[in-house]
Design a protein around this ligand. Structure first.
Ligand SMILES: NC(=O)c1ccc[n+]([C@@H]2O[C@H](COP(=O)([O-])OP(=O)(O)OC[C@H]3O[C@@H](n4cnc5c(N)ncnc54)[C@H](OP(=O)(O)O)[C@@H]3O)[C@@H](O)[C@H]2O)c1
Length: 400
């Protein structure tokens, strides 16, 4: 495929779709035609002529002149139907849909191999940070000890506003939504699902395991209180939502998503607002830090454009760590030190931890710091959704 011949059929013209449109129009060095855009709502006013749009996905999927499908919709099930149909009919695809990729990872890899097509999804994890291609190309032969970071712009924006400006959780979340950082359903962001889907995608490229997201423990920020922010501030810490994946031994990894205390000497401390940051620790490259905007139409659109450009010179993921097969096991038998803020003694006992109490705003707050096993947190995952507790990983290393 040559650059001049790239004919794109695009699905979605929302925050990212319009962002990509702007980015493509401003990119003088790259030639690609968006032949048709498929959207859903017939009544919505569009900022470009209606002749560009269709409401029938087959107008794109059955058009033989279209050689690249760019999928940017907010419905993961429909996205999966669109993407698999396109791949099966020999069209390459670029997508930003982390829910779809994470939930159908292995199947999507198999389809690419079977039909000799390419699916690129750099924007799905970390938006503008090129972490997937880095893991594929730079870290293909590195002994990667761990990867952690901030992968969700909405929660980072909310936590920044709460910490720096004392803004309440609900108000900060509304601001993040108004700025276009939040998912259509913000529970995906604040409960930690979005960060987990991204972590699962990254794990596929970092370690070659295509994890079932249901096997990975995640915990978000929707239970955070002003007390937790005050506790962190008094100790010179910030709270960030930090997904982690790392080796526990040569052939085994663990992973989870948890809020984490970050001290001011750490890279992630100054990653604020909608910015994302990723830290890799490896045997030879040592520590590396990547940072960039993790949400927003133009930032995400630039990652999609980079995939479109990579597609034009025949790039496809080789899933090198999966081919190497060095890592074959996944475990949740992993000790963590946590801060647990709770109100009910029964809840604390579920974690097997001893208590400390403190008054704040004339209300009794209780918290405890202690060591738990990740498997314990995982076994409590359903109860945790309704429990009046907040959990933070202290980040301290535990002697095994
Ligand atoms: N926003 C970000 O910062 C960001 C960052 C990274 C990744 N992403 C991912 O990018 C994707 C798009 O997100 P977004 O923020 O751009 O969403 P959005 O602003 O809500 O826009 C969604 C678009 O999808 C279209 N759509 C929904 N269902 C459709 C269907 N069945 N057929 C055709 N079109 C359909 C909508 O059509 P109408 O216009 O007719 O309503 C709309 O244009 C999502 O997978 C998201 O996770 C977003």
């Amino acid at each position: 495929m040559t650059r001049g011949k790239l004919k794109i059929g695009m699905f979605g013209y929302g925050c990212v779709g319009q962002g990509l449109h702007d980015v493509l129009n401003s990119s003088s060095g790259f030639k690609a035609d968006i032949v048709r855009i498929c959207v859903k709502d017939r009544t919505k006013k569009r900022r470009i002529p209606m002749s560009n749009f269709t409401f029938d996905k087959d107008d794109i999927l059955n058009d033989p002149s279209i050689n690249l499908v760019v999928e940017l919709i907010d419905d993961a099930d429909e996205a999966f139907r669109i993407v698999t149909t396109a791949l099966k009919s020999g069209k390459n695809v670029v997508s930003a849909n982390k829910v779809m990729v994470a939930k159908h990872f292995k199947e999507l890899v198999d389809l690419q191999n079977k039909h000799h097509v390419s699916l690129l999804y750099e924007a799905s994890a970390g938006a503008s940070i090129t972490i997937i291609r880095n893991l594929e190309e730079y870290y293909d032969n590195e002994l990667l000890h761990s990867l952690r970071g901030i992968l969700n712009g909405t929660t980072n924006y909310v936590l920044t506003k709460m910490h720096n400006e004392g803004i309440e959780y609900d108000v900060a979340l509304k601001e993040a939504q108004a700025k276009g950082f939040a998912e259509s359903d913000p529970t995906l962001d604040v409960e930690g699902w979005d960060a987990k889907y991204k972590l699962c995608i990254i794990t596929g490229h970092a370690y070659g395991l295509f994890l079932d997201p249901d096997e990975v423990f995640h915990y978000g920020i929707n239970r955070i209180s002003a007390f937790d922010i005050r506790y962190a501030k008094e100790k010179g810490l910030k709270i960030k939502l930090v997904p982690y994946v790392g080796k526990t031994c040569e052939n085994t990894i663990t992973s989870f998503v948890l809020p984490r205390f970050i001290s001011s000497d750490k890279y992630l401390y100054n990653v604020d607002n909608e910015y994302n940051g990723v830290i890799t620790e490896a045997a030879f490259a040592d520590k590396q830090f990547f940072s960039g905007k993790g949400a927003g139409g133009h930032a995400t659109g630039s990652a999609v454009l980079s995939d479109i450009s990579a597609n034009s010179y025949g790039y496809k993921y080789e899933y090198k760590k999966h081919q190497q097969g060095t890592v074959s096991n996944y475990t949740r038998n992993f000790k963590l030190e946590i801060y647990l803020r709770y109100s009910n003694e029964k809840d604390r006992k579920l974690f097997g931890l001893k208590d400390v109490s403190e008054y704040f705003s004339s209300k009794l707050y209780k918290y405890v710091i202690g060591v738990v096993n990740l498997e314990t947190l995982y076994s409590l995952r359903e109860q945790l959704r309704n429990m009046d507790v907040f959990i933070v990983n202290t980040g301290r290393k535990i002697n095994k």
